[in-house]
Write a protein that binds this ligand. Structure first.
Ligand code: 2PG
Ligand code: MG
Length: 427
């Protein structure tokens, strides 16, 4: 089944920023679109998101160059190729780009084509995307990691910590994780409003808080879990994304809200102390992407009972994940399609993570679209976990809802293991 046409045009993400939609059309008339997400707290090792930078157009954020690259360079190279050769076609685009970080054509241009190609191929086979990507092997409905409070780059630095999240570790079914999170999300919102601590909604749908320091939110989180009728640690655990690269100047970590400066040792002590003081089951980017020593130390101290996830640390990049595995820097990898810029490389990153006995957590970006590609990717690869921001706003809900549909389609074959997946990394 050959690709007959590829088109691209500008659409708008959940923040109203320009992004690309790419349409891949096949010789039998079937077509599909890939919608490209965009981060705010991006890692320095991510593949490059090409923006025009012309201040007179969408304040520098338009993506017309990336669109032109799809139409004038990628399309002529891929038209006539088999849509089922995902890996070969992704590689062709990577070679056509010719740079280490996809900076010539743009990772957004390449990813849009890559996603649309996979969706068109699935449609041509009459399969759901998860079936096509997983070659029929994917059936694990993921455990959700859901944001209750948003801070950092997603909420005007209302807190220095980026995400305060929950994981329904006691849930027996996927539906139950959603119900538990719904209850906690709304209880937390009501509580914060009553206390005068809620300013609005952050970029990923969590509550935008107004606190004096970065530790106060733990109290509302613990209280909301209890008020919603759950036991912290047993039914529901806390998860954090510190996004610490944003707090690090090469020597010190800084909390603006608390007006505190930490040496690397002091910051280590704080991260380690929080993991012991609160029922934290998972912590992402507790240290900067260059502070390997602290990563290694935390993994050695707490990696047997806390999920330690590298996001900016690894940027879904095979070489960086391999380095992390060699050096024992963490036990889990956040997986984001646009950090690396193609579907094949993303799946390779997941497989590498799993082979090492680590856990992949498939993730959305803070700037999202109505595309539910990642829900399919998580099930297709049996990744086990999905992080999509909060439990509000349609660009988030479309992903949670898609997993309900996937589960329904899988019927008896669907599996949900919940927190039992942690057995893989905990001893
Ligand atoms: C993260 C993501 C999603 P962003 O840091 O994990 O929460 O944020 O897309 O802004 O990098
Ligand atoms: Mg992160």
């Amino acid at each position: 089944m050959k690709i007959s046409n590829i088109d691209a045009y500008q659409i708008y993400d959940s923040r109203g920023f320009p992004t690309l939609e790419v349409e891949v059309e096949l010789e039998n008339g079937v077509s599909a679109c890939g919608l490209v997400p965009s981060g705010a707290s991006t890692g320095q090792f991510e593949a490059l998101e090409l923006r025009d930078g012309d201040k007179t157009k969408f304040r520098g954020k338009s993506v017309y160059k990336a669109i032109t690259n799809v139409k004038e360079e990628i399309a002529p190279a891929l038209i006539g190729k088999s849509v089922f050769d995902q890996q070969k076609n992704d590689l062709l685009m990577i070679e056509l780009d010719g740079t280490e970080n996809k900076s010539r054509l743009g990772a957004n241009a390449i990813l849009g084509v890559s996603m649309a190609m996979a969706k068109a191929a699935a449609a041509a086979r009459g399969e759901a995307l998860f079936e096509y990507l997983g070659k029929g092997e994917g059936n694990l409905i993921p455990l959700n990691e859901i944001q209750i409070l948003g801070g950092g780059a997603h909420a005007g630095w209302a807190t220095d910590i980026q995400d305060y999240l929950v994981i329904a570790v006691g849930a027996k079914t996927y539906e139950e994780t959603l119900e538990m999170t719904h209850n906690i999300y709304h209880t937390a919102g009501e509580l914060m409003k009553k206390l005068g601590k809620c300013v609005g909604i952050a970029d990923e749908g969590g509550w935008w808080p107004d606190y004096k320091d970065n530790e106060e939110p733990f109290e509302v989180l613990m209280e909301a879990i209890k008020l919603a009728g759950y036991e912290p640690g047993k039914d529901v655990a806390i998860s954090l994304d510190i996004a610490a690269s944003d707090l690090y100047d090469g020597e010190h970590y800084r909390f603006k809200l608390d007006n505190k400066v930490f040496t690397r040792d002091e910051f280590y002590d704080l991260m380690s102390a929080w993991c012991k003081k609160y029922p934290i089951i998972s912590i992402e980017d507790p240290f900067a992407d260059t502070d390997f020593e602290n990563w290694k130390r935390l993994q050695a101290e707490l990696g047997h009972k806390v999920q330690i996830i590298g996001d900016d640390l690894f940027t879904t990049n095979i070489k960086r994940i391999e380095q992390g595995i060699d050096q024992g820097l963490a036990n889990s990898v956040l997986i984001k399609l646009n950090q690396i810029g193609s579907v094949s490389e993303t799946i390779d990153a997941i497989r590498l993570t799993q082979k090492a006995g680590w856990l992949p957590v498939v993730s959305a970006r803070s700037g999202e679209t109505e595309d539910a590609f990642i829900s399919h990717l998580a099930v297709a690869t049996n990744a086990g976990q999905l992080k999509v921001g909060s439990f509000a706003r349609s660009e988030r809900q479309v992903k949670w809802n898609e997993n309900l549909r996937i589960q329904r389609k899988l019927g008896d074959k669907a599996r949900f293991v919940g927190a039992a997946l942690y057995k893989t990394i905990f001893s």
